[in-house]
Design a protein around this ligand. Structure first.
Ligand SMILES: Cc1cc2nc3c(=O)[nH]c(=O)nc-3n(C[C@H](O)[C@H](O)[C@H](O)COP(=O)(O)O)c2cc1C
Length: 451
């Protein structure tokens, strides 16, 4: 199979014990994952040996929910886990090639901190850092930052627009060769190659300069995961990778086409953005084995946990007031994750699901694409999405860890490689190079080159 065939990009989307809401109860799961660095080192080295483009760490600056009975029965929803940038800095020291994408919220951070942390991670990793910009979707995070209510959806995206520009402006403090470090002359850096930002905007006033040297990648890779109208506009203007959730290939193609079409408006080409939907793969050597594996973990869901997760993802309405085996009631539009609420309600209506059926349906993939099957079936479906305009790659969401990732690596990757769809060796040194993204030069250099 010729190497010329376009190859898909892969992210290892690591939740502590795995993505399934009952993952921690699986006999093979590392139940203390959230506090176990050895567990993450094993996963990072497994994903690197498998030549994944990146490891992705989601994050929330607060536990999602206050329903203590449900929370005390779950290892997800940010109950107890490492802060992602801290964790990824440690993993950078025990890996060489794989990229590191950490989530950080624009609603509960300051741009200067974010610019500094990701530029530092890019240096520490030798050019492998990426920032997943989110606006936070949960009310609970607001309560940890002096607020009784979360920012309104429109306002938090407006803030995110300015936040992204301030961070990118700070990343352009230094030109590539600003630092002379000339012990003889005593000149440490060339003052003409330091650029003060002096930003004054609606939400932020930031003078700069950034006190971290220019990042090896020029700028860490900018990732986003918003899918609402303002989310898509922000992504079209600033994102280089977009993570997204879709149930059907039609929805995924629609989103892909919509977002790629918007790029031109900002003078950007289609190849400057990689769209990577989530995939929740349950792999078995036979279809029956795959389904048995899935049922085994479904049987570990406690109804209180399933319902509570559904409450959180459909806008916070307490569905326990409605008959569990009755239909989903009409729900008010949420200020939380708009696209996810719509995705789940569309699914319930489309398939006429009861409340119980819906939480059982999303317990694993939280609305992302779920495939239960043999390696060739999963490879068939990934190939179909990839070759028909639904994805440039995928964010792989193992049901439970470490085994769920190992199964994918040992069973599905060989099939994708046999078809020439995934790399056998890393092509580049940096995350950008492996993703096929260009490395931005300092605007002053671009200017000079143009003159
Ligand atoms: C793959 C993926 C990963 C996400 N990771 C996070 C995360 O780590 N933290 C977070 O607050 N939101 C995360 N989100 C949610 C998005 O940031 C966003 O809130 C959600 O997609 C809804 O966006 P919308 O309101 O623009 O529709 C993620 C979404 C997707 C699809």
């Amino acid at each position: 199979m010729s190497a010329a065939r376009p190859q898909l990009k892969l992210g290892a989307f690591l939740y502590p014990t795995g993505h399934h809401v009952a993952a921690w109860r699986h006999p093979e799961a590392q139940a203390d994952a959230g506090s176990n660095i050895a567990h993450y080192i094993e996963l990072a080295q497994l994903a690197e040996a498998a030549k994944f483009d990146l490891i992705f760490m989601a994050d929330g600056v607060g536990t999602r929910g206050t329903d203590i009975e449900a929370l005390s029965r779950t290892a997800v929803r940010y109950v107890a886990q490492f802060e992602p940038i801290t964790l990824l800095s440690a993993l950078a020291a025990v890996t060489k090639h794989i990229g590191f994408v950490a989530t950080a919220s624009t609603s509960y951070n300051e741009p200067y901190h974010i610019a500094r942390k990701f530029a530092s991670l890019d240096h520490i990793s030798g050019g492998r850092a990426g920032w997943n910009l989110v606006t936070s979707s949960s009310e609970h995070e607001a309560h940890n930052f002096g607020r009784d209510e979360h920012y309104a959806h429109a306002e938090r995206y407006e803030r995110a627009e300015e936040f992204a520009d301030v961070v990118r402006g700070l990343w352009d403090t230094w030109e590539e060769d600003a630092f002379l470090r000339d012990k003889e002359s005593g000149i440490y850096f060339d003052p003409d190659k330091q650029h003060i930002l002096n930003h004054k905007g609606k939400f932020f006033k930031v003078r700069g300069p950034l006190n971290v040297a220019r990042a090896p990648q020029g700028q860490p890779v900018l990732v986003q995961a918003g899918s609402s109208e303002p989310g898509k506009e922000l992504a079209a203007r600033t994102a280089e990778v977009v993570f997204t959730a879709h149930q059907t290939i039609e929805d995924a193609r629609g989103f892909y086409k919509d977002l790629k079409t918007r790029l031109a408006k900002y003078g950007r080409g289609r190849e400057e953005l990689k769209i990577m939907p989530g995939i929740f793969p349950v792999v078995g050597r036979t279809q029956a084995e795959a389904e048995a594996k899935f049922q085994e973990i479904q049987d570990l869901i406690h109804p209180v946990v399933g319902l509570s997760m559904l409450n959180g993802m459909t806008g916070g309405v307490d569905l326990s007031k409605y008959p569990l085996d009755g239909p989903i009631p009409d729900l008010p539009e949420t200020n939380a994750s708009k696209s996810r609420q719509k995705l789940l309600l569309d699914l319930a209506r489309r398939e006429n699901l009861t409340i119980r059926e819906l939480y059982l349906r999303i317990a694993g993939a939280r609305g992302h694409w779920q495939v239960v099957g043999t390696p060739s079936r999963i490879a068939d479906e990934m190939e179909h999405w990839f070759t028909t305009g639904a994805a440039d790659g995928f964010n792989v969401m193992p049901p439970h860890l470490p085994v769920g990732l190992r199964d994918f690596v040992e069973l599905v990757l060989p099939e994708l490689r046999r078809r020439g769809l995934f790399r056998t060796e890393y092509q580049g040194r940096t995350l950008r190079e492996n993703l096929g993204l260009s490395t931005p030069r300092h605007p002053a250099r671009v200017q000079t080159a143009a003159e």
